[in-house]
Ligand binder design. Structure first.
Ligand code: CO
Length: 510
């Protein structure tokens, strides 16, 4: 590019290019959302190709040599403002990462994952891991290649972690998890020695229509803007955004259990509030994107657990629930309800786990993936290793593959390095919530009165508004003065569960 072209003109060209690529990507998102909500089954084949075509167009434009040259010529200009520099540095980083993967490699990943996904479905149906293992072996091999193509320092798994959580390493995770496991185990032991709480009233007949109406009411009361998003139903709840003024969430209703819909709705609400808080003027640019998966999950977990499973929340929302379900909940007290929604019990299935045992499900997958990618574990050893880790961490016996190592879809998608972000999300959530409590001394009574505006403003100002400007660890240091620290989570859960299960336990020091 000629130096005669002004920085302003070049930057404008960069913005236009990225925004058009974003148009393609968000059009894919609309197609995906429709696929999961309203598309008739017969449309599936054509839909897959429409999504593939648009995705490829977006990828081709982003990785084009001409775009690389544009970035190169801009990034060395000395009249850029900090925001422009931030966007350009992140785009350059993305560009460099993506061009490391040749087109042929990207194609074999996408062909292998689509084969693996079908094999996984079939393996689940037959309850037989060996039906999935050949495709999984191919995928693991490709993922090892990917670590070499991307490059890494330390453990090869770092290259994969980095795709979801920039800057995250096995060193950071090993330190965080090894500090978390022993106290969490002690807390679980205390709970298992205590009298189990009673949650039978959550598991009775709750009619679908009333659940749907309550869910919509709940969203509105907790700050979801119906003019900038909507809720629908899908097989698995998810959040997807088309821009920061249009965010879609979905839920699933189980007529035999009110908690399923309620807390998955609050979880997706947390994801949605984050997307709605990202600055609209950064549309298509890195600063208009979320920081990381761990930070995204910190927002959903903060609303779901730190807010939604608190006694203050219960005091505000139990009366609302009682209006919708007088026969089922009319005689339940706030304390009793609060205990029930926080019942802890080791179980086989990650997505149904409580907020304590959840971490063990994640740590098990993390250890396993690290060994697989590091070459110390073969695919055929997975079922036995899985079972041994469930015995070790949760004390339970895995009866079969379907409720064991075949339960998650992630590996069939080629998503290795994704699971740790779930645990990081809940550790960050506790750490952020502690900072919010310091900044808003009246937070608890505000929640008890159904007033969430100060909390949301705090999250907007400290997290949402920054988009992708900071990595998760930078963001965490800016807000709390230190990197990820599981002591905040342990302090929060210790205070909570010693009250719920009525036992003595010392306060956790920070
Ligand atoms: Co989530």
């Amino acid at each position: 590019m000629s130096q005669l072209t002004t920085t302003k003109d070049l930057y404008l060209r960069y913005v236009q290019e990225l925004q058009q690529i974003a148009d393609l990507r968000y059009a894919v998102a609309v197609l995906q959302w429709d696929q999961e909500t309203y598309m008739p089954a017969a449309g599936a084949d054509f839909r897959s190709r429409q999504i593939a075509t648009l995705s490829e167009l977006a990828h081709t434009r982003f990785t084009a040599g001409s775009f690389g040259e544009l970035l190169e010529s801009l990034i060395h200009r000395d009249d850029l403002d900090p925001e422009q520099l931030s966007n350009l540095a992140l785009s350059k980083y993305d560009y460099d990462q993506q061009v490391k993967l040749p087109g042929s490699f990207v194609r074999s990943i996408s062909e292998t994952t689509s084969k693996a996904y079908h094999a996984w479905i079939e393996a689940r149906r037959l309850n037989d891991f060996t039906v999935f293992s050949a495709s999984l072996e191919e995928l693991v091999l490709l993922k090892k290649q990917e670590t070499d193509l991307l490059g890494f320092e330390g453990h090869p798994y770092n290259a994969l972690l980095n795709q979801y959580e920039r800057g995250c390493t096995t060193q950071i995770l090993d330190a965080a998890f090894s500090k978390l496991v022993p106290p969490l185990q002690r807390l679980l032991d205390k709970i298992s020695q205590s009298r189990q709480v009673d949650d039978h009233f959550l598991k009775q007949f709750y009619p679908e229509t009333a659940q749907w109406q309550f869910g919509m009411d709940l969203l509105q009361r907790m700050g979801f803007d119906g003019n900038a998003g909507r809720q629908d139903r899908s097989e698995h709840p998810f959040t997807i955004n088309f821009n920061s003024r249009d965010v879609r969430i979905t839920t699933r209703i189980d007529e035999q259990d009110i908690s399923n819909m309620t807390w998955s709705t609050i979880h997706e609400l947390g994801h949605a509030l984050y997307e709605l808080g990202i600055p609209a003027e950064q549309y298509g640019l890195p600063l208009g994107e979320y920081a990381s998966l761990g930070i995204h999950e910190s927002q959903s977990r903060l609303w779901e657990n730190n807010v939604g499973r608190s006694l203050a929340w219960t005091r505000q929302f139990l009366p609302v629930l009682q209006k919708y379900f007088p026969d089922q909940l009319g005689s339940v007290s706030a304390n009793h309800f609060y205990q029930a929604i926080n019942l802890v019990k080791p179980s086989l299935i990650r997505t149904e786990a409580d907020e304590l045992t959840y971490h063990f499900h994640v740590i098990i997958r993390y250890e396993l993936e690290k060994e697989l990618i590091g070459g110390n574990l073969s695919v055929k050893e997975i079922p036995a290793y899985w079972a041994s880790l469930y015995k070790k961490y949760l004390g339970i016996t895995v009866p079969d593959d379907r409720s064991g190592c075949l339960q998650d879809v992630h590996w069939s998608h080629g998503s290795f390095g994704y699971f740790p972000t779930y645990s990081m999300g809940s550790l960050y959530a506790a750490q952020f919530f502690a900072a919010a409590q310091l900044a808003i001394p009246e937070l608890e009574s505000e929640i008890e009165n159904g007033n969430f505006s100060n909390l949301l403003s705090w999250l907007r100002k400290n997290i949402h508004i920054h988009g992708r400007r900071y990595t998760s660890e930078e963001l965490c240091k800016n807000i709390t003065g230190e990197g990820i620290n599981s002591a905040y989570f342990m302090q929060y859960v210790t205070n909570k569960y010693r009250f719920i299960y009525a036992f003595q336990m010392e306060e956790v020091a920070l």
